[in-house]
Design a protein around this ligand. Structure first.
Ligand code: 3HC
Length: 653
């Protein structure tokens, strides 16, 4: 049984007349030139009489992670992926895909072109191209609907959703799931020898109701917030039932190439690589994270409960600590309630909910934290309260445990200095609701030890969240930029723009919600309290807009009070003449003659404010990379991902 090498990344072995073609191109078996060329050479070998069928497989956790994104933007080198796929589909002998991991993008398209797809239980399938601002470019939009119908194909391709092998089997995307993949695929290949082959491209798209297609398309488009790729993907899938395969493929390829060079795709590629860069920290090279199995959470209010649910869902044992037994019982109920909601929304099974809750205990005895590897404080954001608590924790937690403070604005160095072990303190700034929001700022405090920082990053990743490391500054990365953004928006309002004009400009540009609507949703009173605290130290020469203070003095704290920057008394967000009058009074008192602002000017000024504050954060060493800042604004503050983030945008224009 000799192994033949077809290229640097593709080898083959003949077993029982079946050529097993193996791709090995770490880390994700992307379809780089050597893989494409190797596959073509393998098919050449398979044409010989010695071979009766082919099994295509890959080494590693992925089957094939898709086209090599790093090759985008470089001149195409033949064979192209469509060439390879055409050669597979039209091959005279059976070609079976043996999928043991993620088959994504071009990887899924290769599987679709094979004559049979056998998967392991751990495999997954998806065409996530829209998440990169492109459409599938090697037949995905034309072959997937032929296999699973238009409605399901619109859902998968339009959203980029990845499905398990179980769902893939139900959809008809694969032929079977095998316990022993190699054996299962070999069997399938032997069975297909001399049989008529089912070529996906030759199938007709199963008939579907026009209304069902339209509903699926509407669902995708309603979520795509002005992005081009999902709309194009839907168009191509719908065309698959009307056009000949070759015409559909030509349209798809042209659309793929056009979108690949678009601004939207460049922005989303930037985000893709930024996410993978984010947890790489220079000073942590070679540092091994500590083992964390048991997590203590002090404070099981809204934030603490959200963090607890995330930790439970990630498999940790969690102890929630409150001051009294009654409060602990309420914390338990809150956490059980959040888990129930996940069951109702289909994100969790009943079984998983019970299993998660069985790993949770609530107590009023802080001594129970002695068993925790990591303790996260999530109590009221007040320096005295937090330093007092950390003094107490210092006495009860193990010397090697990690202590994390979840603060939005306080200085974690001051909190750390209340303990005898500042090197074991790190900041974890979760965003609310913490069981849903992906972003977590990991605050590298003055004395944080490398293993503590590495463990905090690993913990956040295990929660399925996106850790972004930052240094200590008021508001860390996100809230500092947000403050600059809000300040600029308020300057424009004082100078003549209406809050709803500012919000409309932002929403038309791609933000899900304008800044004043966001403020109303979050509540205006916390920022007001902060401004009052800071008033003694504020630079009297610096411009200060009092409108938000006046709103709070009038009891307008945002949505929860039915009034804030807007009026919500009938459930809808509406501009309020009282707010307009209040703004006019503030302008008049300062002698400001209002002027008009165009939507372009509003957006340009707000983006510039964000980027300038971002530059300051980089200069101060608070953020390590511009791309980290982009991730924070995209994942914590609604900055549209397809615009790449404020720093990408600023560098780009
Ligand atoms: N091309 C090039 N590099 C890729 C890549 C790709 N398609 N997918 C991942 N990588 C790189 C990452 O940048 C990372 O590099 P680094 O170590 O230097 O930071 C490394 O591979 C490992 O990636 P992850 O950290 O993401 O590894 P995971 O094991 O967590 O996840 C994965 C693996 C699920 C495959 C994930 O990487 C992923 O989702 N990749 C992108 C999948 C995708 O979008 N495919 C479609 C590509 S476009 C396409 O195929 C067009 C076609 O239709 C013509």
């Amino acid at each position: 049984m000799n192994t033949a090498r077809f290229s640097e990344s593709v080898t083959g072995t003949i077993v029982d007349g079946v050529l097993i073609v193996t791709i090995e191109n770490p880390p994700v078996s992307a379809l780089s030139f050597h893989v494409r060329a190797g596959l073509m050479a393998a098919l050449g070998r398979a044409a010989s009489d010695e071979v009766s069928a082919v099994v295509l497989t890959a080494i590693g956790r992925t089957f094939i992670g898709g086209a090599d994104i790093k090759e985008f933007g470089k001149p195409a080198i033949e064979p192209t992926l469509p060439d390879v796929i055409k050669a597979i589909e039209s091959f005279a002998k059976p070609v079976v895909a043996a999928v043991g991991g993620a088959a994504l993008g071009g990887g899924c398209e290769i599987a679709l072109a094979c004559h049979c797809r056998i998967a392991s239980k751990a495999a997954s399938f998806g065409l996530p191209e829209v998440k990169l601002g492109i459409v599938p470019g090697a037949g995905g939009t034309q072959r997937l609907p032929r296999l699973i119908g238009t409605v399901a194909a619109i859902d998968l391709i339009g959203t980029g959703r990845v499905v398990t092998s179980d769902e893939a089997l139900t959809l008809g995307l694969i032929d079977a799931i095998a316990d022993d993949l190699a054996e299962g695929a070999l069997d399938a290949a032997r069975h297909l020898v001399d049989q008529p082959l089912r070529r996906t491209g030759a199938l007709s798209v199963p008939h579907s109701q026009a209304e069902a297609d339209a509903a699926a398309a509407k669902k995708v488009l309603s979520r795509s917030r002005g992005q081009i790729a999902p709309a194009e993907a839907v168009r191509l899938v719908r065309a698959a039932s009307m056009a000949r395969l070759e015409d559909g493929l030509a349209d798809e390829r042209a659309t793929f190439l056009r979108l690949r060079d678009s601004h939207e795709a460049a922005a989303l590629r930037h985000v893709f690589f930024a996410e993978r860069q984010a947890s790489k920290v220079d000073r942590l090279e070679g540092v091994t994270p500590r083992k964390v199995e048991s997590v203590g959470i002090v404070g099981t209010g809204l934030m603490g409960a959200g963090i607890a649910v995330s930790a439970l869902n990630a498999g940790y044992r969690v102890i929630g600590i409150e001051q009294t037994d009654e409060a602990a019982a309420r914390g338990h109920d809150r956490i059980a309630g959040l888990l129930d909601k996940s069951v109702q929304s289909g994100r969790l099974t009943d079984h998983a909910r019970s299993e998660a809750l069985s790993r949770f205990e609530a107590a009023s005895d802080a001594g129970r934290l002695a068993q925790a590897d990591l303790v996260i404080e999530a109590v009221f954001d007040d320096l005295t309260v937090k330093t007092e608590l950390f003094r107490k924790l210092d006495r009860v937690v193990r010397p090697d445990a990690i202590l994390a403070t979840n603060t939005s604005y306080l200085n974690p160095n001051e909190i750390a200095s209340a303990t005898a072990r500042p090197e074991r303190i790190v900041g974890l700034h979760f965003f609310s609701p913490a069981n849903i929001m992906r972003l977590t700022e990991v605050v590298d405090c003055a004395a944080t030890a490398p293993d503590v920082l590495a463990s905090a990053i690993a913990f956040v990743r295990k929660l399925g969240k996106l850790p972004v490391v930052c240094g200590v500054t008021e508001g860390f990365i996100g809230n500092r930029i947000y403050s600059a953004y809000r300040r600029e928006a308020e300057f424009m309002v004082e100078d003549g723009a209406a809050p709803d004009e500012v919000d409309a400009a932002l929403e038309a540009w791609g933000f899900p919600m304008g800044i004043f609507a966001v403020n109303d949703m979050a509540g205006l009173e916390i920022a007001w309290a902060r401004r009052k605290r800071q008033s003694a130290t504020r630079d009297p020469e610096a411009r200060y807009v009092e409108i938000a203070d006046r709103l709070c003095e009038a009891g307008r704290f945002g949505r929860k009070t039915g009034r804030g920057w807007y009026d919500y008394s009938d459930g809808e967000r509406r501009s309020d003449p009282q707010v307009t009058a209040l703004i006019e009074a503030v302008r008049a008192a300062k002698g400001i003659v209002p002027r008009r602002f165009s939507a372009d000017e509003i957006v340009a000024r707000l983006l510039a404010a964000m980027a300038n504050e971002g530059k300051a954060l980089l200069a101060e060493g608070i953020a390590a990379r511009a791309s980290d800042i982009d991730l924070v604004m995209i994942n914590g503050y609604g900055f549209p991902a397809h615009k790449g983030g404020p720093m990408f945008h600023a560098g780009d224009i």
